[in-house]
Write a protein that binds this ligand. Structure first.
Ligand SMILES: Cc1cc2nc3c(=O)[nH]c(=O)nc-3n(C[C@H](O)[C@H](O)[C@H](O)COP(=O)(O)OP(=O)(O)OC[C@H]3O[C@@H](n4cnc5c(N)ncnc54)[C@H](O)[C@@H]3O)c2cc1C
Length: 323
C-alpha cells in the first residue's frame, strides 16, 4: 500500500502550518488509496496528539525529551527512525514550513534514497511520481517538479493547505524508542523575541503598510485599524529596511510567506517580491494613490486614494459595524 507520512515537530505544537501539512497529506493519501501517518518528532502535549489522531490513520510518537530543544541533527535522526517505525514505505514524506523542517527535508530525502523539493504550493501524484508546484521568477511563473525517486520529501508553504477533516474514528497512536546520538551543539542560552498576538504566518487577517506611508508614525494609525478588525500587522521590505517597523513584520520573498483570509495592503506598490509573500491570500484589498500600482492587478478590492483620507474613516466605520 502507498502510504503518506507527515513529520510534525512536537515541541512546536500542532500549529496552523502543521495542520495544513497534515491536510495536504490526507488529500494525497486519499488520492493513492493509502493511509496517512503523522510522525511526531519530540514530545508533544496530549491535546495536540489527540488532534492529530483525529485526522490521521496512525500517529507515531518519538517523544524523547532531548528533542524538546529541537536540534536539526537529532531531529533528522528521529525522522529517519520514525520513518522506519511507521510503515516505512511512504510515497511522500511532507513537512511544514519552519526552519528546522527546511533544513531536515533534503538531508532526510538523501538518507531515505528519495528526492526532495522545497516550498511546494501544491502537490499531487502522477502515477508513481509526486508532482510538486511552486512559484518561480519572483512569482511571475509557476514551475512544476516531478520527483522521480520515492519517497518524495517535500516541505510545504505555510497556510497554503487546508487542515484535514476529522475521521469517523481516531487513528492508532504508537511510540518508537529513538536511539539518538548526543547533540553536537550545546545550547548555552535562549532569548525569545517578543511575540504579541499570533504569528504572521498563522494570522487570518493582516494589515500591511509600505513605503508610501512615509515614516513609522502612520503604522500606529494602521495599528488602530488592525485592532478594530482583529488583524496582525505586516509591512513591505521597504518599510522594514527603513527601520519603521521590526524586520519580522516583512512579508515577501525574503520575508514571511502568508496566506490570510484577508490581506489589506496600504501604500504598497505590489512589487513581485512582495506578491510572492502574500499571493496566497484569499482576499486582497489595496489602498494606493497610484491607480497604475501593480497591487491593483492582484486585489479583489481597491481604493485609489491617499491612505490618510481612507484609513481613519475605514477604522471608524468598521468599529461602528463591530460595536
Ligand atoms: C532579492 C529581493 C528580495 C526582496 N524581497 C522583498 C520582500 O520580501 N518583501 C518586499 O516587500 N519587498 C522585497 N523586495 C523589494 C521590492 O522589490 C520592493 O522594492 C518593495 O516591495 C517596495 O516596497 P513598497 O511597496 O512599500 O514601496 P514602493 O514600491 O516605493 O511603493 C510605495 C507605494 O505607496 C504608494 N503611496 C505613496 N503615497 C501614498 C499615500 N499617501 N497613500 C497611499 N499610497 C501611497 C505609491 O503609489 C506606491 O505604489 C525585494 C527585492 C529584491 C531585489
Amino acid at each position: 500500500m502507498a502510504n503518506v507520512a507527515v513529520c510534525v515537530l512536537g515541541s512546536f505544537g500542532y500549529d496552523r502550518a502543521a495542520q495544513g501539512a497534515v491536510g495536504a497529506g490526507r488529500a494525497l493519501a486519499g488520492s493513492v488509496g493509502g493511509e496517512l501517518h503523522v510522525l511526531v518528532i519530540g514530545p508533544a502535549d496530549e491535546e495536540a496528539v489527540a488532534a492529530m489522531a483525529a485526522v490521521a490513520d496512525r500517529v507515531v510518537l518519538g517523544a524523547n525529551e532531548e528533542l524538546r530543544d529541537v536540534q536539526p541533527e537529532q531531529a533528522l535522526q528521529a525522522a529517519e527512525q520514525l520513518h522506519a517505525g511507521g510503515s516505512g514505505d511512504y510515497v511522500a514524506v511532507l513537512l511544514s514550513n519552519d526552519t528546522y523542517s527546511q533544513e531536515i527535508a533534503p538531508r532526510l530525502a538523501h538518507r531515505l534514497g528519495g528526492s526532495s523539493m522545497a516550498d511546494a504550493a501544491a502537490i499531487r501524484m502522477d502515477g508513481d511520481h509526486l508532482l510538486a508546484q511552486r512559484t518561480a521568477y519572483g512569482g511571475k511563473a509557476i514551475s512544476i517538479y516531478r520527483l522521480k525517486k520515492s519517497p518524495a520529501v517535500v516541505w510545504l508553504r505555510a497556510r497554503g493547505f487546508e487542515p484535514a477533516p476529522e475521521q469517523p474514528s481516531s487513528g492508532d497512536v504508537t511510540s518508537v524508542d529513538l536511539n539518538l546520538d548526543p547533540p553536537r551543539i550545546r545550547i548555552v542560552g535562549r532569548e525569545m523575541a517578543a511575540q504579541e498576538g499570533v504569528r504572521l504566518e498563522d494570522a487570518p487577517v493582516i494589515v500591511s503598510g509600505g513605503r508610501g506611508l512615509g515614516g513609522p508614525e502612520p503604522f500606529q494609525e494602521l495599528g488602530k485599524l488592525a485592532d478594530t478588525i482583529g488583524a496582525e500587522q505586516g509591512a513591505s521590505r521597504a518599510a522594514c529596511d527603513a527601520g519603521w517597523v521590526p524586520p519580522n513584520w516583512q512579508v515577501g520573498q525574503t520575508g514571511k510567506k502568508v496566506a490570510p483570509e484577508l490581506y489589506i495592503a496600504i501604500a504598497i506598490s505590489g512589487a513581485s517580491q512582495h506578491l510572492l509573500g502574500m499571493g496566497d491570500s484569499k482576499v486582497v484589498a489595496a489602498i494606493n494613490t497610484d491607480a497604475d500600482a501593480p497591487i491593483f492587478k492582484h486585489c479583489s478590492f481597491g481604493i485609489v486614494e491617499d491612505y490618510k483620507a481612507v484609513v481613519p474613516l475605514l477604522t471608524e466605520k468598521l468599529a461602528a459595524l463591530s460595536g
